[in-house]
Design a protein around this ligand. Structure first.
Ligand code: AMP
Ligand code: MG
Length: 425
């Protein structure tokens, strides 16, 4: 089926009522239209943070390169240690990190060794220094100082083996990957090029910061939240400002954005009443479907293509913008960036510390505060008023409380789904 046909199919012929598209279904449908970027560039590993590897990384060497000590202590032969009593060994050398000892450890001998230092010939085990004492080259090892051969010894290649596949193309680079590449001596990597994302806000009432507000006007905040969310996803952003609800200006803005970017994101102008007007425009410029998603906030959402660009028409309300971005746009961008595995935000169950009122029918993404319960566990409650214009709720929240379409009112102690807004990596 051609893309054009299938996009049309999305808006009408489906098992689902297009006026009320379930969240998961909308995600699945969007996914079927996403083809990752293919162009690549070479960057220094520092600049690779947040980018997606475009080629496999194979280890050119073993890490660590040599057997070495995990402790400060004495490198010994396990077989020399008496099982139930103290053992005395003669010290025959010293091995520092970066300065190996030339000595070979023979029977009843040992080498003073420090963390990260190469294991000397003949030794197989390290006794930690707290379990030994030294006097004039004679080292007394306490009974039971080690319990098995090889203790406190790190083995060559135990982290990475030479020739091993370390990362596959499609891997997102986090700080751990930067460190691993550095440990392999790799200074440059091939990553997919950045996605270019253009965005603008629509609405006659919107003013940009730095200008005076007339009666009834408001400052445009969506361009700033969108700028922030895109920047954290390592996209090249193209902020096209505010476009008033004037057909000619909107048409030009849509066309310019699509010509300049891989993805176009707008906010506002897709709610009932406004949609018809924007819809006509977009029908002319591309293939766009308008969905009423069965979710709260974020009910109206447009998705499709304008020219070669993907298009996401987000609702205007500031909270709806963020919720729809995190629930639909973010994963789509990750796929387009070349990520190999894109899985939805993890969700776990946490008991409520305050009741929630909800009417069944739509999936709700309430802004939540996850807090320690004082007993080693966690509880969650909402931030309070859940109006889709109350952007302070997003700032106060550290999670979404995700309530499925079927869920109704929830009581204290009920387990609810929680998605963390902030992650460690
Ligand atoms: P709309 O979807 O255009 O009907 O907008 C819904 C609500 O969101 C209205 O109250 C708008 O004033 C508000 N809104 C739309 N765009 C923005 C924006 N960029 N920044 C802040 N509020 C907005
Ligand atoms: Mg509007």
């Amino acid at each position: 089926m051609s893309q054009e046909k299938s996009l049309r199919a999305l808006s009408c012929a489906d098992d689902y009522d297009p006026d009320s598209m379930p969240v998961d279904r909308a995600r699945e449908l969007i996914r079927t239209f996403l083809a990752p970027v293919t162009a690549t560039e070479r960057v220094h590993i520092r600049a690779a943070l947040g980018r997606v590897l475009a080629a496999d990384v194979v280890s050119p060497l073993a890490v660590p390169g040599h057997d070495n000590s995990a402790m400060d202590g004495y490198a010994v032969r396990y077989a020399d240690l008496a099982s139930g009593s103290e053992t005395t060994l003669m010290r025959v050398g010293e091995s520092f990190a970066g300065k190996p000892s030339g000595a070979t450890v023979g029977p009843d001998q040992c080498v003073r060794i420090f963390t990260g230092a190469v294991m000397p010939q003949g030794a197989d085990t390290v006794v930690m220094q707290e379990r030994a004492s030294e006097d004039a080259g004679r080292v007394r090892v306490a009974a039971g100082a080690v319990t098995k051969e090889g203790q406190n010894r790190r083995f060559a290649g135990e982290d990475l083996k030479a020739g091993q596949l370390v990362f596959r193309a499609g891997q997102l680079v986090h700080p751990a990957e930067l460190g691993m590449m550095a440990s392999l001596g790799i200074g440059e990597v091939t990553v997919f090029r950045k996605l270019r994302v253009a965005f603008f806000s629509t609405g006659d009432e919107l003013k940009s910061i730095g200008t005076e507000l007339a009666a009834g006007e408001i400052y445009d905040s969506n361009r700033y939240t969108i700028h922030g969310m895109l920047t954290r996803l390592s996209c090249d952003v193209l902020d096209m400002g505010v476009v008033p609800d004037v057909p000619e200006q909107l048409e030009r803005a849509f066309a310019d954005a699509a010509a300049a970017a891989d993805v176009v994101i707008t906010s506002g102008g897709v709610s009932v009443g406004e949609a018809d007007f924007v819809k006509q425009l977009l029908d002319k410029l591309g293939e766009v479907v308008f969905w009423k998603i069965a979710m709260k906030p974020g009910r109206p959402l447009a998705y499709g293509r304008i020219g070669d660009a993907h298009f996401f028409g987000l609702p205007g309300n500031p909270v709806s913008v963020m919720v729809t971005f995190y629930e639909f746009v973010q994963d789509a961008l990750r796929v387009l960036q070349g990520r190999r595995e894109v899985v939805p935000l993890p969700m776990f169950k946490v008991p409520l510390s305050a009741p929630i009122r909800k009417v069944p029918g739509r999936t709700e993404f309430q802004r939540g505060i996850l807090a320690a319960d004082g007993n080693g566990g966690f509880t969650v409650r909402t931030t309070g008023d859940q109006g889709s214009g109350i952007l302070s709720s997003m700032s106060q929240a550290n999670c979404f409380i995700v309530l499925s379409a079927e869920t109704g009112n929830c009581a204290v102690g009920d387990l609810v789904g929680v998605q963390l807004l902030e992650g460690l990596i």
